[in-house]
Design a protein. Sequence first.
Length: 359
Amino acid sequence: MTAKRDYYEVLGVTKTSSPDEIKAQYRKLALKFHPDRNKSAEAGEHFKEISEAYAVISDPEKRKIYDQYGHAGVDGEYSTDDIFQGASANFSDIFGRSGGFDSIFESIFGRGGGFGSQQQRGSDLLYETSINLEEVFSGKKMEIEVKKNIECNICKGSGCKPGTSQKTCTNCNGQGQVRKSRSMGFASFVTVEPCYTCKGRGSIIETPCNECKGSGKKRGSKKITFDIPPGIDNGDYTIPNEGEEIPGGINGDLIVRIRVQPHQHFKRDGADIFYDQNISMIDAALGCEVHVPVLNGTEKLKIDSGSQPNSIIKLKGKGLPRMGSRGHGDQYVRVVVNIPKKLSKDQKNLLEEFKNSNE
């Protein structure tokens, strides 16, 4: 599951694009991903995505809210039904008014353009955080506060003033949609449209809640606790049902974007880590013991006599936990032999003696 893409990005336009440019670009994409033309498995999802983007961007009021507040602003103000219902004229202008708009969206969304009483889903939310390599090694418990739409605590999400309830819409008999018959010559076409009396919901709130004005939700914040597991890497991770809340619908997800900070001493490759250990050329020649840092402390390491520059020594199991499986990676220590840039006269003489003794 991924967070919603930017509507302008989805359509391939910019914030400065004119309504005619946006309409032309949507028509081009709609024809490309139209389910009657494109039989690929992804076509339907692409068609839904570009249609939702166009429904918002083609409406001046919704576009203004989106430009200022992004997805949170639109989702906090409109339901999916409201988004598409308000844009029906714009779609009809593109697909024609002889049932084309209704039939296309009925085949994609299941009921006349995504209207009606099917469950709505809240938007996904994105939270970005960074952790260090030591926290990757041990894991981390996090508690964050997320600003989002939450259920109204006065009406408990019903949208009704306490002591009242929603009434079944008499225009559509609670179906959220109405059927209309249109005659064209010798043929008759039946289309399904959202009920304009109840805005496709199937019920009417006669006495709305004073707190949420009938929406069943309000802007608030929620504390969320979750664990970052040991061995995690850069990427997006999903916490189900902690996104925007929809009264009577399905909550969106919280997408946690993890960035692992670069480490001062270690480099990472999956579950393995790498460390450079500096030693003198004397220690390389004679051998020595050193203490090297590992992610949970230090480890004594024996360097054999005659070790060559860039030799690699493996510390088995001293790397990061393998996420999703047992065990740890390894730590690889590269031996970096430091050659002095300046020597004293005595040092030079000693090296000359050593050189001569090997000739």
